[in-house]
Design a protein. Sequence first.
Length: 278
Amino acid sequence: METKQPKAKKAKKESKGFRGIESAFLVIVVCFIIAVCIYTFILGDVNNFTDATKAEPKPGNMLGTIYKGGIIVPVLQTLLLTVLVLRIERAFAIMTAKGKGSLTKFVANVKAALAANDLAKAQEYCDKQRGSVGSVVTSALKKYAEMENNTELTKEQKLASIQKEVEEATALELPTLEMNLAVIATMTTLGTLVGLLGTVLGMIRSFAALATATGAPDSVALSTGISEALVNTAFGIATGACAVISYNFFTSKIDKITYAIDEVGFSIVQSYAANHSK
C-alpha cells in the first residue's frame, strides 16, 4: 500500500514556548524578600497596633494579629508564595507542552490518519497541535518515513527503531514537565512542619507568661503567645494544603500527556506493522 508522504518543506525554527523556571532557589529567595517586606511594612505597620511599641494589635485588626505570629510568619509566607509562584509557572509549562488544541481530539485525529496510512495528514495535525506532544509525534512520523525508504533493516528492526525514536523523543521533551514539582512536594511537608514549629514556640511563650506571673498572668504576653501559635498553625495548614493540591493536580496532567504520547506512539508502530510486509 502506498503511503501518502508529507510534502518536503523548508525547515524552520519553531518557538518552544514557555519551558519553565530552571532555578527554584532564585524563586525562593525572591519570595523571601517579598515576605519580609510584607511582614515588616504591611503587617508591622504601626497603625495596626494600639501604640508605637506594637505590643498589642487593635481589636479586630487581622494584620496586626498575624504580625504577632512572630518570626516564623515570614518563613511561612515565603513557603506559601513559593508554592503559588511555582503553581503558576507549572500551569504555563504544562499548557505549552500540551499544545494548542484538545489532546483527546488530537490523539483521535492522528490515529485516524494513521489508520488511513496518511502520514501527511498526521503531520498536519502535529503542526497545528505543536507543543511537546506534537514534537514527539513529529519525530516518530519522520522515523516512520525514514524506515519506509530503508532497505537494509528487517521489519522487526524497523519497528524497534520507530519505537526507540518515540522513547527518545519523549525522554527529551517530557522531563521539563516535572521540573519544580519536587519543590512543591517538599513544601507539602515543610510548610506543615514549620507551622507546627511556630505553634510550639507560641505555646512555649504562653506557658512562660503563666509561669512567671506572681498574681494574675500577663494578658498581653499570654495573648501574644496564643496568637503566635494559631497564626503559624493557620499558615502551615494553608501552605501544606495548597502544595499538595497543586502537586496532585499537575501530576495528573502530566500523566494524561504521557498517556497520549504513548497511545499515539503505539499507533504509529502498529500502523507500520499493518501496512508494510518488510
